[in-house]
Design a protein around this ligand. Structure first.
Ligand SMILES: *Cc1c(COP(=O)(O)O)cnc(C)c1O
Length: 404
């Protein structure tokens, strides 16, 4: 069991006030808060180690390189990748998806097909559209139902020998749906297609096992899992990463450069051009250690309780509708109140110290599906409490009264 007071004490920001009220932070789907141990690790790096990596023979450069590579190893263990060189440091999920989509430009031709799901974040739609524009391949969409679940019978029908890559999120940021990715991965492979999993919204809640999943690519950001902004991970199977051309050219990703020809460095450096976010990469390892010390079983148990409690309490409000009622979902609740614009509710509850997200959540196609301009999204983390949910419910009721 979580000692919630002890956990909350790890996050200094949770004791601040906003607009004169204690902060209630329910925008974890956008970014998580950071524990003191992560904040301290960032200053410690700059105070004691700061140097560029993989370059100098001097002591600090060696120390920084070692710390960076130790962190890569932690991430490898965390997601159970077979090799450390399959774990590429990126600036985040968006960077990881673009690197893969860009790589596929050399492999696709007109007539080929790319499948994306109807539940995607813009960053897992637009790079594939750009890829299709460049190559003449066709983008097809795996549809969803009223509950916000992908329709597997339709997925099966869309797959064919033309399918070259499938891309889907593990968990939807807008609705919280947990997608049946194991099924989708195995099905894609039956047709010889590659599959990328956008794990941005999954890694805050669970520990993905990329070998058990057998996915070809798995991408995520550090900042949604208690880590710093500016760093993330692209996992790719060795064969695929060897096959894809590098995304960016520059220092660190080369073996030999002449004006006639350049040969690329081995993995993972081939995909890590330029000076990376060294501090971010090292501290992402600290964040992963922190989350494992809390324990993903404890995290899931706490978040499930919060989801069930908040769902029940919110549905007490007349005219409130929840979008996304999948059987498998995480601690995200998207909702609207009849006759009131989500933005107006968000503004009023902010005055009461409550941070929720309002808008389309970078997933306009989902909003179009439900025919709404946006929703209010409350996304809970393991450090949130039922008392905070009570505060939000009262605030929403108050806003409803004011705006009705
Ligand atoms: C947040 C998010 C992204 C984008 O992550 P960045 O950190 O902004 O690159 C992509 N997909 C999903 C599902 C997300 O939740």
């Amino acid at each position: 069991m979580l000692d919630i007071n002890k956990v909350r004490a790890d996050f200094p920001i949770l004791s601040r006030t906003v607009n004169g009220k204690p902060l209630v932070y329910f925008d974890n789907g956008a970014t998580s808060q950071k524990p003191q141990i992560v904040i301290d690790a960032i200053s410690k790096y700059y105070q004691e180690i700061n140097a560029n990596i993989h370059r100098g023979v001097h002591t600090l450069s060696q120390l920084a390189t070692d710390a960076y590579e130790i962190s890569r190893g932690k991430l490898q263990n965390h997601i159970n990748a077979k090799y450390a060189h399959e774990v590429i440091f990126t600036s985040g999920t968006t960077h990881g998806i673009n690197a893969v989509a860009n790589g596929f430009a050399s492999l696709l031709k007109p007539g080929d097909e790319v499948l994306v799901s109807a539940l995607e974040h813009h960053s897992n739609i637009v790079p594939w559209q750009m890829l299709c524009e460049k190559t003449g391949a066709t983008l097809k969409v795996i549809p969803m139902n009223e509950k916000g679940e992908l329709i597997m019978a339709e997925y099966d029908k869309l797959l064919s020998d033309k399918t070259k890559i499938v891309t889907v999120n593990h968990i939807s940021n807008a609705l919280g749906t947990v997608n049946p990715i194991k099924y989708m991965i195995d099905k894609a492979h039956e047709f010889g297609a590659a599959i990328l999993i956008d794990g941005a919204q999954a890694v805050p809640h669970l520990k993905p096992d990329v070998q058990a999943l057998d996915c070809d690519f798995y991408v995520f950001s550090g900042h949604k899992m208690c880590g710093p902004t500016g760093v993330g991970i692209l996992y790719g199977k060795e064969d695929w990463l060897n096959k894809l051309p590098p995304y960016q050219g520059g220092g660190e990703m080369i073996k030999e450069v002449t004006f006639e020809k350049t040969t690329y460095a081995d993995l993972p450096h081939k995909f890590e051009a330029g000076t990376p976010d060294v501090a971010g990469g090292i501290v992402l390892g600290t964040a992963v250690d922190y989350m494992n010390s809390i324990g993903f079983d404890n995290i899931q148990q706490q978040e499930l309780e919060l989801l069930e409690y908040a769902t029940k309490r919110l549905l007490e409000i007349e005219g409130l509708k929840i979008f996304g009622t999948a059987k498998e979902k995480t601690s995200v609740i998207s909702f609207n109140i009849e006759g009131i614009h989500p933005y107006d509710i968000g503004t009023i509850v902010d005055k009461l110290g409550i941070a929720v997200r309002t808008g389309h959540h970078c997933a306009q196609p989902i909003m179009n599906y439900f025919d709404v301009p946006g929703t209010i999204r409350a996304s809970f983390s393991f450090y949130n409490t039922k008392e905070e949910i009570d505060i939000m419910v009262e605030a929403v009721k108050k806003a409803q009264l004011m705006l009705a």
